[in-house]
Design a protein around this ligand. Structure first.
Ligand SMILES: Nc1ncnc2c1ncn2[C@@H]1O[C@H](COP(=O)(O)OP(=O)(O)OP(=O)(O)O)[C@@H](O)[C@H]1O
Length: 241
């Protein structure tokens, strides 16, 4: 089992957002996590990162995440937040190369081979022209792609992405989803991706987890499930019982 969620209950104080969620991802897969604004998608990721208290169990590779120290350092888990703000000047190349942090000792400098790897992922994302730019001067979508490049270098087994295509144009939305699919099929990664871009899921193989449903479960991505979930979300929020 790569990821197992067992009877997860999570929220804030009296406000329970995730009630008894259970599912398992037995082999590398792409999982789109969908739901209305405020449904608890980011909260679910916070539980994964042990940033909030929760009941139930979260297991990765059969290990309880509560007992697993520093899964990022071990290359088990990586995370791309919805917003990641930097307020000091830094070159795109220098930011991306930091994705290799777990291969470095404390204070060890990044070398030519590391910068070469960073340049390669930037090229793959068609961002080579931005390599020497100051990150803080880039557009929102460009910044989002640069973070994605850094995440690629982290090369973790399980990748959590919170709306990675939110600010992207139609071309890059498709390109990023295709890339995430490639990570699962060619590199054996498990990708959990929060998204509101349901129609971009249509060409993909994987699963949908709709956290707005009363009993969310993994549904295979097909044109029927995408359309049914889109209709479900368009119908509006269900009253909380
Ligand atoms: N630290 C917190 N304390 C109390 N309530 C919080 C906290 N963080 C988030 N919430 C609330 O929990 C609810 C779920 O938030 P969450 O960020 O998980 O939603 P989401 O499904 O990711 O939504 P969106 O699609 O808008 O990003 C929201 O109503 C939010 O206001």
């Amino acid at each position: 089992m790569i990821v197992e969620v067992k009877n997860l209950v999570a929220g804030y104080g009296q406000r329970v957002l995730i009630r008894n969620l259970s599912f398992s991802v037995p082999s590398p897969a792409f999982v789109a996590i969908i739901g209305h604004n405020g449904a608890g998608k980011t909260t679910f990721f916070r539980a994964f990162q042990q940033k909030i208290d929760y009941q139930g169990k979260l297991l990765v590779h059969h290990q309880d995440l509560r007992q697993l120290s520093n899964p990022a350092e071990k290359g088990i888990l990586s995370y791309l937040p919805q917003k990641n703000i930097i307020n000091f000047p830094i070159k795109v190349h220098d930011l991306v190369v930091m994705g290799l942090f777990r291969k470095k000792h404390f204070f060890e400098d990044y070398g030519a081979a590391d910068y070469q790897q960073a340049a390669q992922v930037l090229e793959q994302l068609q961002l080579s022209h931005l390599i020497d730019h100051d990150f803080t001067t880039l557009s929102g979508g460009e910044q989002q792609l640069v973070w994605l490049a850094q995440l690629m270098l982290q090369d973790a087994d399980i990748v959590l992405l919170d709306e990675p295509t939110q600010q992207l144009d139609v071309y890059y939305k498709n390109k990023v989803f295709a890339l995430l699919q490639e990570w699962t099929i060619q590199k054996g990664k498990t990708v959990l991706c929060i998204t509101h871009d349901l129609y971009n899921l249509l060409p993909l193989k994987g699963y949908i987890l709709n956290l707005s449903k009363p009993a969310p479960e993994l549904e295979p991505i097909t044109s029927e499930t995408v359309k049914a979930n889109q209709a479900f979300l368009e119908a509006g929020r269900q009253p909380v019982l």
